[in-house]
Design a protein. Structure first.
Length: 287
């Protein structure tokens, strides 16, 4: 999960000491306990599933999703899934589960049945299942990750907080669905407009988007079925710390570069368990 900007640090210091960080979400830098290497590592494997070859589906919540998001995020997802950024995650393989590179399958603009401006997490999950059931979205397999991008003006409430106020990006799973099993997905609000002040992880909405989504993708790969709020660390969790931080949570605020054949993107550092610190630097894509 990702949760607001450095300008908020003084305002939120008292609150932060008493407020736990939800493991799944990108928290605004000033709202998090862990800022690029703060001590809560290492992460520990709890025996759950991993996304061994992630298949990313970009899902646009209606036609009003930001045009840059719709036209440019596909190239980013294509580059990220075929890069040494994912090779770095090989260290979170197990003797029987091997993490490799992935693929970007493509994008779909859905026409949501639910047209509310303020959505609950359960609403998003119900819509995702509806779009899969009606054939608009491909049926999931064990490596599918649906990244849902929302238009300006949509607020999503999850684990007791609203998007752009307490979190900037979040990955979750519909657990043990009778038709499809576990369904991994991420919720990404529009990062401009009302979200721009607290959720600007970079200088532009697109730069913030690539930081937030890289965070959520890395966490979804290594911990797709994380414990919910107030649930203990146990199976089916993947790699999380004793304090329920995931590999992105531990490195919020740290930036790296993804170099591609058509340009560069800003992405987030992720936790390096082998070094007990955040991995930063320059990564390279084959695309």
């Amino acid at each position: 999960m990702i949760r607001l900007s450095a300008l908020f640090i003084a305002l939120f210091t008292t609150v932060l000491l008493a407020t736990p960080t939800q493991a799944h979400a990108f928290t605004p830098v000033a709202n998090t306990r862990f800022v690029n290497g703060a001590t809560d590592g290492p992460v520990i494997y709890y025996g759950g599933p991993l996304l061994t070859s992630v298949k990313i589906y970009a899902v646009f919540w209606g036609a009003k999703v930001n045009a840059n998001t719709q036209t440019k995020m596909g190239a980013f997802y294509t580059a990220l899934t075929d890069s040494d950024y994912l090779d770095f995650l090989n260290q979170y393989s197990t003797p029987t589960i091997k993490i490799g590179r992935g693929t970007y399958v493509g994008s779909t603009v859905i026409k949501p049945k639910n047209v509310a401006k303020h959505l609950m997490q359960a609403d998003v999950e119900a819509e995702l299942l509806n779009q899969i059931d009606n054939g608009t979205l491909a049926k999931p397999d064990a490596n599918s990750l649906y990244i849902i991008h929302f238009p300006p003006g949509i607020v999503i409430n999850a684990f007791g907080g609203d998007s752009c106020q307490t979190w900037c990006g979040d990955h979750e799973a519909i657990k043990n669905n009778p038709k499809y099993g576990n369904i991994a997905y991420a919720m990404i609000p529009d990062l401009g407009g009302a979200c721009s002040f607290g959720c600007y992880a970079d200088g532009t909405p697109l730069g913030s988007m690539t930081i937030v989504t890289s965070h959520e993708i890395a966490e979804a790969i290594t911990d797709p079925v994380s414990p919910g709020v107030n649930e203990p660390n146990a199976f089916p969790a993947g790699w999380i710390s004793a304090g329920q931080a995931e590999i992105g949570d531990l490195c919020v605020g740290g930036k790296s570069t993804l170099n591609t054949t058509s340009g560069n993107y800003t992405i987030q550092n992720e936790w390096d368990n082998s070094k007990n610190n955040c991995k930063s630097g320059s990564f390279k894509s084959a695309k």
